[in-house]
Design a protein around this ligand. Structure first.
Ligand code: SF4
Length: 389
């Protein structure tokens, strides 16, 4: 199978989006964030273009301004904010970097990385992608990917970032002698909005993990697993109008408030909210009454409409060793043993990741499938209702 790194990332973020793009070949309109990101990347390439004398900040800003596309923004305010954000990114970049100091090895360099499946040695898969920049450093190399995102992740994110590991693997395929020097090859994400570069290194064992992760994703794609994965990234997804998790939001009749289904949905949400409030109210009242009973040393209290009585509920369990001593001699012990899912989960988590995967794929089966309704406030889940099996 041939897959680009961006498609691989799409699958990991939302398998259904991958299906729309790569299998159903639906066209996704380019988001303004993507257009903005492409222009910033082109400016970064311009700054380091080996065919040019390193441009001054004014020349870099001019390159950015000339590539600006006014048509994609919803209004002037939004456009102005995005434009000054781009200008600020470049200014910030020049404040902490002198383009004349870098020794560029490659810019926007295409790669194609082959990964073979140990279980099916004849099958080879290929990941394609583009590495933003590779620099020669004093004792090794640095692989850099630029990010224009607003969010600044943690160092842990960079240490475990799959994209950087794939880029490093691709680099080592191109320069196999550098495998021995892997400790001196830095992988970095440069967050241009924040003007911060986070760097990390990888070991050969880390890179082996890439193969496993990649093969796992390929296995899921080949098995036809394309579940929708709702996340904040849905806000930037161009398939909301066809996606089953969102398309109802855009239905014309939804806006007309009188259809039976609209009334049912509104009623359901309101009733669920009322039930939650009532549950909270009952808990509060119970606490007040119990406190009163303790204070007055009574077990029953009388209201105009009935009596409230304190009921003690005791549940019993068997002492495992004692019950075993009875059942084992009668050869009945095995028949009452059952898996303890919590203990099993804990035990499996203590095994190496490879072994966990092997056990999972050999022995995990669907126990029960059910469908339930959740009420969400905006995008966030609040309550879940009993399901349909
Ligand atoms: S809208 Fe969200 S859930 Fe639906 S396909 Fe896009 S990313 Fe996936």
């Amino acid at each position: 199978m041939r897959i680009s790194y961006s498609s691989l990332e799409t699958y990991r973020n939302c398998p259904l989006k991958y299906r729309y793009k790569e299998i159903d070949k639906l066209k996704e309109p380019k988001s303004k964030e993507a257009v903005f990101g492409t222009l910033v990347h082109s400016t970064m390439k311009f700054i380091y273009d080996p065919a040019l004398i390193p441009p001054t900040i004014e020349q870099a800003l001019d390159h950015f301004s000339r590539g600006w596309n006014s048509e994609i923004w919803e209004n002037e305010l939004e456009e102005r904010a995005a434009f000054s954000q781009g200008i600020e990114m470049i200014q910030k970049y020049y404040r902490s970097n002198d383009p004349r100091e870098a020794t560029i090895v490659a810019l926007e360099s295409n790669f194609s990385l082959e990964i073979s499946d140990p279980l099916h040695p004849r099958e080879t898969h290929t990941i394609r992608g583009i590495i933003d920049r590779i620099d020669k450093t004093e004792d090794g190399y640095e692989i850099i990917d630029y990010k224009t995102s607003k969010k600044m992740p943690s160092q842990d994110f960079v240490d475990n970032n799959l994209q950087l590991s794939i880029y490093l693997k691709a680099f080592l395929t191109r320069y196999p002698k550098e495998v021995e020097n892997i400790a001196n090859i830095t992988v970095s994400l440069y967050f241009l909005k924040h003007g911060v570069k986070l760097s990390s290194t990888r070991t050969l064992e880390d890179l082996q993990e890439v193969d496993n992760l990649f093969l796992e994703v390929i296995g899921l794609i080949e098995a036809g697993e394309f579940d929708a994965h709702v996340s904040p990234l849905c806000d930037w997804c161009g398939f909301q109008k066809v996606c089953p998790m969102w398309k109802h939001k855009f239905k014309e009749e939804r806006k007309i408030d009188s259809t039976e289904i609209n009334r049912a949905i509104e009623d359901y949400i309101a009733t669920k909210r009322e039930l939650t409030l009532q549950k909270l109210r009952v808990m509060k009242l119970q606490e007040t009454i119990m406190n009163y009973m303790d204070q007055e040393d009574v077990e029953r209290v009388f209201g105009g409409d009935g009596i409230v009585e304190r009921a003690k509920r005791i549940s019993y369990k068997y002492d495992p060793e004692k019950i075993r001593s009875f059942l084992e001699p009668m050869e009945k012990w095995e028949s009452v043993l059952k898996l303890d899912p919590t203990a099993l989960k804990r035990t499996l988590a203590s095994f190496p990741k490879d072994m966990q995967k092997e056990i999972d794929s050999a022995s995990k089966i669907i126990d029960k499938e059910s469908t339930s309704l959740k009420v969400k406030k905006g995008g966030m889940s609040t309550e879940e209702d009993g399901g349909l099996e």
